[in-house]
Design a protein around this ligand. Structure first.
Ligand SMILES: [Zn+2]
Length: 227
């Protein structure tokens, strides 16, 4: 009852359409939540995200929650998450994503959730790792622990969009380092990132993790920006 009166005094707005949220709604209104441009990729093998890794690293399963297009709601939400200090939207979308992953058998054997680490310099600039916000939402929904320290980023990478494919892959080798290999050995690890485009960065992290014995790597990105 008290929170109802507080919401009358301080209304919150949908991050998608700007409408006033009603009781039971959080971050997004029901309409925006139901109309998210979901990919449903996790329901089938060899989906477009898995094809990003084909012939590169043998990931177990890979998927993305929604499509990312110029001007669509995901672009808007991810902009909020990355540049407007809106950590809650990352946690909220991670939670929604986790609800979908929980229905898929292949994702039930996950032992550990690892958000793709930011370089310390970038982390200081932003004040947080946006992938960690998403990972936290997934972690709570799947009831699996999150690990933010066993793999670190040691090299900041420059923008790679204009480079040839082979140069991109070369450019990202060696950007991550393992700090605690024993904590990861034998685990099925879910790598979490915000947007997947070329997949080069997340592939570099996957490749490093796969050097450990009996490790299985799956990938969950909030948005897919490929065509
Ligand atoms: Zn809305």
């Amino acid at each position: 009852m008290i929170s109802y009166f507080i919401s009358l005094l301080y209304p919150t707005y949908c991050e998608g359409c700007g409408r006033t949220l009603v009781r039971g709604e959080e971050c997004l209104c029901l309409y925006c939540l139901e109309n998210l441009p979901r990919t449903d990729f996790h329901h089938y093998k060899d989906n477009p995200v898995e094809m990003v890794f084909a012939g590169q690293s043998p990931v177990f399963r890979a998927t993305a929650f929604c499509f990312f297009n110029k001007g669509n709601i995901m672009q808007k939400l991810i902009h909020q998450l990355k540049y407007k200090d809106n950590k809650a939207i990352g946690f909220y979308l991670g939670h929604q994503f986790g609800l979908e992953l929980a229905k898929i058998e292949a994702f039930q054997s996950i032992d550990l959730i690892i958000p793709v680490p930011l370089h310390p310099k970038k982390f200081r600039q932003r004040g947080y790792n946006q992938s960690e916000c998403i990972g936290k939402g997934i972690s709570e929904t799947l009831s699996k622990p999150m690990d933010t320290s066993s793999i670190i980023r040691v090299t900041p990478t420059s923008t790679q969009t204009k480079k040839a494919r082979y140069q991109r892959w070369e450019n990202v080798s060696g950007i991550f380092q393992l700090t605690d290999p024993n904590a990861l050995t034998g685990k099925h690890i879910l790598l979490v990132d915000d947007v997947i485009t070329t997949g080069a960065t997340i592939e570099a992290a996957a490749r490093l993790l796969l050097t450990l014995p009996w490790v299985k790597v799956s990938v969950a990105c909030l948005a897919y920006a490929g065509n």
